[in-house]
Design a protein around this ligand. Structure first.
Ligand SMILES: [Zn+2]
Length: 118
């Protein structure tokens, strides 16, 4: 069964999806289906029945999948997926910048400084 060329298998088996792609998979089953449709079911382990969404991995048997979901690798991946990716706003806040939207600075202490100077 499966791929007859073993070289193809070993060359591609470690290629996983990017975290942002997996996030989209979890949020939208349609996105995931589109990805799975790019794979030929007969090329997948156990015809693609045992799939871990978080790790974008197929497993040979349900036993393997269940064991994997309990494992360290899977839990680390779930944790990674829960953490929000850094945004520009977060990095701006880290260096003391904020959104200047005309409502002034977030702290009011600066007004007190101005009063004392005049
Ligand atoms: Zn997993």
């Amino acid at each position: 069964m499966g791929v007859k060329n073993k070289r193809t298998l070993t060359k591609t088996r470690r290629k996983l999806r990017d975290l942002d792609q997996i996030k989209a998979d979890i949020l939208s089953p349609k996105h995931l289906t589109q990805y799975k449709d790019t794979k030929a079911v007969e090329d997948l382990p156990a015809l693609g029945r045992n799939y871990c969404v978080e790790c974008a991995k197929w497993f040979e048997s349900e036993t393997n999948l269940v064991a994997h979901r309990r494992g360290k690798v899977h839990k680390r991946r779930v944790k990674q997926l829960k953490e929000e990716p850094y945004t520009q706003k977060v990095s701006d806040a880290a260096v003391g910048l904020w959104t200047d939207n005309g409502r002034g600075k977030p702290d009011t202490e600066s007004h007190a400084d101005i009063d004392m100077a005049t």
